[in-house]
Design a protein around this ligand. Structure first.
Ligand SMILES: [Zn+2]
Length: 316
């Protein structure tokens, strides 16, 4: 287990010690891959030792933030209130990714999709906060250790420009990949065993990176009642989306193992390159070629209905 909500008079969020230990171990082990994913091709002047240590510290901080924000948004988005009457223990498995009451159900059922939607909604809210609110000090220590040739003036990742913006979004992308992987590894074994009832880790990663890409390109998505995008991409938006794929995501494609290899066996094996192709398709048209992509598309189409259902429970 990674984290759970304790429903006291004021709800508390408990993060498991083993999850924190995993974050420390994994960021240490992945140090080399992280430095390629964050710095490759940018020819930056940095004190190497400082940059490496600061990079690992930054990614650790962002992974912890992701987990805490994920749980916080289960409360703020009204998921806890919506489920309060039927659920006694607020574990991750009860909030979303589990079988429905009847047990054997065809996949994916409406109820399961609604559960998955809650998970992806809080992942996406967490990532929007990480991009739009000031990050913790470790991220600034990293950025301050690098000579970008111009002053870093924004207090948020979303407000940055130039190479600093690219590095910041590479950091968020790397932290997203690591957080999804660690949260999936730590998911309750019984839930993992029912992999057919579970959103594919790759679908979750796809949805998360979709949000990071949207933040990078400064898109504010508008959808119709079926969850389909309403507006055509402007030239600036299309260019920014391409920039994300080329300059932010690409360095991570070869150094990050496919997410499902490190979690549990799915029938389908997507690597980061497949994820990038599905992301391109989600913005520029075409059909998804993977089960993860199709699941993501189904979840997107639930948006309006879910938002209407959750509206009375929301804190915003
Ligand atoms: Zn959750």
């Amino acid at each position: 287990m990674t984290a759970q909500i304790i429903p006291r008079s004021i709800a508390e969020i408990e993060v498991s010690r083993s999850f924190l230990t995993d974050i420390l171990d994994e960021t240490e082990k992945m140090g080399f891959a992280l430095s390629i994913a964050c710095f490759e091709g940018l020819e930056l002047e940095a004190e190497e030792a400082m940059a490496e240590a600061a990079l690992v510290a930054s990614v650790r901080g962002l992974v912890v933030d992701f987990a805490l924000l994920h749980e916080s948004f289960h409360i703020l988005c009204g998921h806890l209130s919506e489920l309060r009457e039927s659920v006694k223990i607020y574990r991750e498995s009860r909030l979303g990714m589990t079988r429905n009451a009847s047990g054997q159900t065809p996949y994916p059922t409406e109820a399961l999709l609604r559960g998955y939607y809650r998970e992806l909604e809080v992942d996406n809210c967490a990532l929007q906060c990480m991009c739009q609110l000031p990050p913790r000090d470790s991220a600034w220590e990293l950025l301050d250790s690098i000579d970008f040739g111009e002053a870093v003036e924004s207090h948020t990742f979303a407000g940055l420009a130039g190479i600093a913006r690219v590095v910041a979004f590479r950091l968020v992308t790397a932290a997203t990949w690591m957080a999804v992987r660690l949260m999936e590894v730590n998911r309750d074994g019984k839930i993992r065993a029912q992999s057919e009832d579970h959103p594919l880790p790759a679908a979750r990663l796809l949805a998360c990176l979709h949000t990071v890409m949207e933040e990078y390109a400064e898109l504010r998505e508008q959808t119709d009642q079926h969850g389909q995008r309403l507006h055509q991409l402007t030239e600036r938006e299309a260019t920014a989306l391409e920039q994300y794929l080329e300059h932010v995501l690409k360095p991570a494609l070869n150094v990050f193992p496919r997410v499902d290899e490190l979690t549990f066996a799915n029938k389908e094996h997507l690597n980061m390159l497949d994820i990038a192709q599905e992301l391109r398709c989600s913005w520029f048209g075409g059909s998804y070629s993977s089960e993860a992509g199709r699941q993501f598309g189904q979840l997107q189409s639930l948006r309006n209905e879910m938002e209407a259902t959750l509206k009375p429970h929301r804190y915003f």
